[in-house]
Design a protein around this ligand. Structure first.
Ligand SMILES: [Zn+2]
Length: 471
């Protein structure tokens, strides 16, 4: 039977258009999904939209829309990402889908039966911006450091709680048994340190009278689920849990790609929830950093927010994918700037890669060269390890090192000055190298790579320029 591989991003919260950080996350996941398919795996690549909670409820009311109408609009914008970024996703679910709601309720019921859900009186400080409870130590001047413009809200009510404190030892044992569970390693250390300090039970419901926009708590019509509790279940509802057990078991466990602000939810809370529901943990959590805009934190007030829709319009899909995978360190913070984008577009893409393929195919067409396809291993062992560690930038640097070598060899050999026999032999060799480079680029820049693969086999004809120079 074909080996299976399941990868997802987080489910973005639909209170705004998709931002560049999520574009990075989903392009990373797509590169890995495409790589795994090339390696012979049957791949499920899922994402979804997180649509409940107070933030959406209030935004919808502000915009004089029903929460469902409001979500429908933004869910569509996220669905558009598939075509926009040429993603090879296979699964998509909205947390307002009936199938997801049923899954969240079944999940709750299992945790409840296992004794991990109880009711108690609750006082909490809450940041609506994060949709998270905050302890005093997390606040700066009684405000959330991520959302300093928002008032911290205080709640006092009876809520359901999840016995997170039950899972301290179990989580630590799991991290110990699986040193690759979170990558990069310093994020695993960070979550271990967090768990070791002791876990606090947290509230997982809201009173409907205050906030009705959520999944109904099974057996209690006064409460809806806290948005995080419902949303995390999307990792399994996407692949058919609980209705389609066969489908679920075929794909589970998952590799989850998430931002550094999601470390706790993905690698501790969700894992404890899975244990409570009697399910096995995720396979791996891969944490990426944040993207700054020309060295500064992005903010609406600074007007420096990088919009992925605009970038694609300006530069095209593959150059944007290339930037995200090559210029942003995959598991650390990175920077986007238009000047750097233009620079690498002209140097790496137009000059080094585009020109080379044009030059070689033009010469080969004149010589009437036909190139047989050799069955070579596309990625060596080291490259395979780099893929599994999400080190896309290093793989791309290596590929570009080879492109530079081929450019230098071509310039020094000067095939245009050689006899036809010598030239044909040289060009055939270069075409084979370019064919391999095309194959190696398939996970990163699918359309460009496919063009190179096609242009370097059979009877060679001159290729249309891959990257027209930017002015
Ligand atoms: Zn906040």
């Amino acid at each position: 039977m074909q080996k299976k591989f399941y990868i997802t991003t987080t489910a973005p919260y639909v209170n705004a258009d998709p931002h560049i950080g999520f574009a990075l996350e989903i392009v990373q996941a797509d590169a890995l999904a495409r790589y795994k398919r090339l390696m012979g795996y049957d791949v499920a690549f899922g994402f979804g939209t997180d649509e409940h909670g107070v933030k959406i409820y209030r935004k919808a009311l502000e915009n004089k829309k029903s929460p469902q109408e409001y979500c429908d609009f933004f869910a569509k914008r996220f669905d558009d990402l598939k075509a926009l970024l040429n993603l090879s996703t296979t699964h998509f679910i909205r947390t307002t889908d009936e199938r997801h709601i049923k899954a969240a309720q079944e999940f709750w019921t299992r945790c409840f039966k296992n004794g991990d859900i109880y009711k108690k009186n609750y006082h909490v400080k809450y940041c609506v911006g994060c949709e998270l409870e905050k302890t005093d130590s997390e606040l700066v001047a009684n405000r959330c450091p991520v959302h300093p413009n928002m008032e911290i809200e205080n709640y006092e009510e009876e809520n359901y709680f999840f016995k997170f404190s039950n899972y301290e030892k179990k989580l630590l044992a799991m991290y110990e048994d699986n040193p690759q569970f979170v990558i990069p390693a310093h994020r695993l250390l960070e979550i271990k340190t967090f768990v070791k300090k002791g876990l606090q039970d947290f509230s997982i419901s809201r009173l409907k009278t205050k906030m009705p926009w959520g999944v109904d708590v099974p057996g209690d019509d006064k409460h809806v689920m806290y948005v995080w509790f419902d949303a995390l279940v999307f990792y399994i509802s996407t692949i058919g849990w609980p209705g389609d057990q066969k489908e679920f078991e075929a794909w589970w466990p998952v590799v989850q790609v998430a931002g550094k602000d999601n470390l706790r939810q993905q690698s501790a809370i969700w894992q404890a929830m899975l244990m409570s529901a009697g399910l096995s943990p995720s396979k791996q959590i891969v944490i990426h950093g944040f993207i700054t805009s020309a060295g500064q934190k992005m903010s609406k007030s600074l007007g420096n927010v990088v919009d992925p829709f605009n970038l694609i319009k300006q530069y095209g899909i593959d150059p944007v994918r290339y930037y995200l995978l090559k210029e942003i360190p995959p598991t650390e913070d990175g920077d986007y700037s238009d000047s750097r984008m233009k620079e690498i577009y002209n140097s790496d893409l137009a000059n080094e890669l585009g020109n080379l393929v044009s030059r070689i195919t033009t010469l080969a067409e004149k010589d009437g060269i036909t190139c047989a396809v050799e069955n070579k291993t596309v990625y060596n062992k080291q490259q395979q390890e780099l893929f599994d560690a999400f080190q896309f930038n290093i793989i791309l640097e290596q590929i570009w090192e080879n492109i530079k070598i081929i450019n230098r060899e071509t310039n020094s050999f000067a095939p245009w000055n050689k006899s036809s026999t010598e030239r044909k032999e040289f060009l055939t060799g270069v075409l084979q190298k370019l064919h391999l480079i095309g194959q190696q680029l398939l996970p990163f820049m699918p359309t460009t790579a496919e063009k190179i693969v096609q242009a370097t086999q059979g009877t060679i004809s001159k290729i249309t320029p891959l990257f027209p120079r930017l002015k």
